[in-house]
Design a protein around this ligand. Structure first.
Ligand SMILES: CC(C)(COP(=O)(O)OP(=O)(O)OC[C@H]1O[C@@H](n2cnc3c(N)ncnc32)[C@H](O)[C@@H]1OP(=O)(O)O)[C@@H](O)C(=O)NCCC(=O)NCCS
Length: 246
């Protein structure tokens, strides 16, 4: 049997042609030519009139969202989740609820980037914490358990990288320090931190906290808030609280 002699140039040209064809078919050539996507550099806060602002986020259709609430680059999905008015949920925050209980987040809350709020636990009392019912037995019904409704009050600030587990009640005005894991109820206006989160201090004196809880300014309409601008600027004093404009 005589061996065939190939011309190296022809071989190289054939390989080049084949590679090009593969790149075109795989979409690589098209992607290479496509212009870079336009990235919005600024969020227009003036947009916050009445409609919530949901920016590059994955929000389930059953999630209830109040007026002027802002959700930036986050994922919120599952059962019975509601968020009040004027709340900000910042980048890479995940809020998920696979349980039947609720997750309720109040108004004027600020949730920093990279927080996680979960309404459910995997069942560690069963032989496995895996989603065995759904994924192996292909049965409907829940593999998860919950310790109850998760209720986050109004004007709550949750610091970055914090985790809130199911069944927790966080009082109005509370502050959760960065990197905290909240595993028990937090009283109103407490500043808590750590894992598990413990009380560090309170934002205000007892008499101011009492007045604030009576006042519930977060339920005021925007016009009343604007009439009381002085109350919202600078450090809070009893004098400011005693001079509210109706
Ligand atoms: C909670 C926080 C507001 C406290 O600020 P502060 O009032 O200036 O308090 P201090 O720095 O004086 O700290 C008070 C005590 O709390 C402790 N502490 C502060 N932050 C803490 C945290 N994240 N976890 C645990 N303990 C914390 C301090 O060590 C200090 O303890 P000590 O009294 O034993 O020394 C601040 O530390 C924080 O975590 N901010 C969140 C930052 C963030 O996530 N920003 C996102 C922007 S949206």
């Amino acid at each position: 049997m005589g061996s065939k002699i190939y011309d190296l140039d022809i071989v190289l040209a054939t390989i080049k042609k084949a590679v090009k064809k593969i790149l075109v078919l795989s979409g690589y050539e098209i992607r290479k030519k496509r212009p870079a996507p336009t990235v919005k550099q600024h969020i227009n806060f003036e947009y916050l009139e009445e409609e919530p602002l949901i920016y590059k986020s994955d929000v389930g259709k059953n999630v209830k969202i109040g007026k002027r609430t802002m959700i930036i680059r986050s994922a919120i999905d599952g059962n019975n989740i509601s968020i009040g008015n004027n709340t900000s949920i910042n980048a890479h925050t995940e809020i998920h609820n696979s349980a039947e209980n609720q997750i309720v987040i109040g108004s004027f809350c600020s949730i920093a980037p990279y927080c996680n709020i979960f309404g459910h636990n995997h069942n560690h009392h069963a032989i496995t914490t895996y989603y065995i019912r759904q994924r192996i037995f292909k049965e409907t019904g829940s593999d998860v358990v919950s310790k109850g409704d998760t209720i986050i009050g109004n004007d709550v600030w949750i610091g970055t990288q914090s985790v809130i587990v199911s069944g927790i009640k966080i009082g109005d005005g509370a502050v959760i320090a960065a990197n905290s894991t909240v595993t028990s109820d937090i009283p109103p206006y407490a500043i808590v931190g750590g894992s598990p989160a413990k009380i560090i201090k309170y934002r205000f004196s007892d008499d101011i906290i009492k007045k604030l809880l009576e006042l519930q300014w977060w339920h005021w309409d925007i016009e009343k808030i604007k009439r009381n601008k002085n109350l919202f600027y600078g450090d809070l004093t009893l004098e400011k609280l005693n001079n509210i404009v109706e």
